[in-house]
Design a protein around this ligand. Structure first.
Ligand code: GLY
Length: 309
């Protein structure tokens, strides 16, 4: 079975590194972590790591996860503040703790304990855009009492499809025929503090099973959580469906959602035979993703399928 790597366009800073490592025989988790670290450190990627959009309070809270499709060990962190590489903290959860997911203060404590690199992830441009939003949308009386004000109403108007809800996702089949997944995101711009998207929720934002395949989602995490989309795709493959049909079933599940936040979502999937499929649902523009297969000199961009829900 040929090695394969699929990552979305946000993966641009890291895809070359991950492909190079997979080509050299590296383990999938190592190759994915190395690639995602480059994305997290690149401030031109505005929805992942340093440079990501802040929450309603103007604080950058990061989510990340990895899953090993052979052991089914996963590691995830949610709402992590002040560290440059949430993906490496997630990897440390996988390797060093008897837990799968840490959030908030506990995640911060653990990141400090393992000596993870600290960073101010709020770059000046994000702070400027957030401040403009704050001045325009927060009533003067609330600005004086800030941040001790109700946030729920602000959260309702802060859903900006141009900002956030994107993620970087990496799926790989490595030289040992093991299938792995990793994801990292800053989530929604202006999200309610403590909001977790799909990325740190194993089975929603990503899932992997070396016997069948892997899947990961970008876009509206609330939808992937409700439909359990990544786990669903892999489970549909286990139940005998082809990769193509498994993704179709997961799309059908998403079609059943009523109410709540229903916007765009993109499904990425690979299978054990080295096939892949990337489908952008409700996309407002053409999306591309990166594909590398054993024997390719370098990753190349491909257009995603576009389907309206
Ligand atoms: N898919 C990323 C998020 O919703 O946070």
């Amino acid at each position: 079975m040929a090695r394969i790597l699929v990552t979305n366009s946000e993966g641009t800073p890291g895809v070359g590194k991950t492909a190079e490592m997979l080509a050299a025989g590296a383990a999938g988790l190592d190759a994915i972590e190395a690639g995602i670290r480059l994305v997290e450190a690149d401030t031109s990627i505005r929805t992942v790591g340093r440079g990501g959009w802040p929450n309603l309070l103007g604080e950058v809270e990061l989510d990340a996860a990895m899953i090993d499709g052979s052991s089914f060990r996963s590691g995830a962190v949610g709402a992590l503040k002040g560290f440059l590489h949430p993906i490496s903290v997630a990897r440390a959860v996988l390797e060093r703790l008897p837990h799968e997911l840490l959030v908030g203060e506990g995640a911060t404590r653990f990141a400090a304990e393992i000596g993870a690199e600290t960073a101010n992830n709020l770059i000046p441009d994000s702070e400027r855009v957030w401040r403009e939003w704050f001045e325009e949308n927060v009533p003067a009386a609330d600005r004086e009492k800030w941040p001790d004000v109700p946030l729920a109403a602000l959260c309702q108007q802060a859903i900006d499809p141009e900002k956030g809800m994107d993620t970087t996702v990496f799926l790989s089949l490595d030289s040992q025929q093991e299938i792995m997944a990793g994801v990292s995101t800053s989530g929604w711009a202006w999200k309610y503090p403590g909001r977790l998207g799909d990325s740190p929720v194993i089975g929603a934002g990503c899932y992997a099973d070396s016997r069948y395949g892997a899947a990961a989602c970008t876009g509206t995490g609330e939808m992937a959580i409700r439909a359990g989309s990544s786990r669903a795709i892999v489970l549909y493959m286990k139940m005998g469906l082809s990769l193509e049909a498994a993704v179709d079933e997961a799309i059908d599940d998403l079609r059943q959602l009523r109410g709540g936040l229903l916007q765009r979502i993109t499904l990425h999937a690979i299978d054990r035979a080295g096939r892949h499929r990337v489908v952008a649902l409700n996309a407002e523009k053409q999306l591309t993703y990166w594909l590398w297969r054993e024997g390719d000199e370098a990753p190349h961009a491909e257009p995603a399928e576009i389907i309206a829900l």
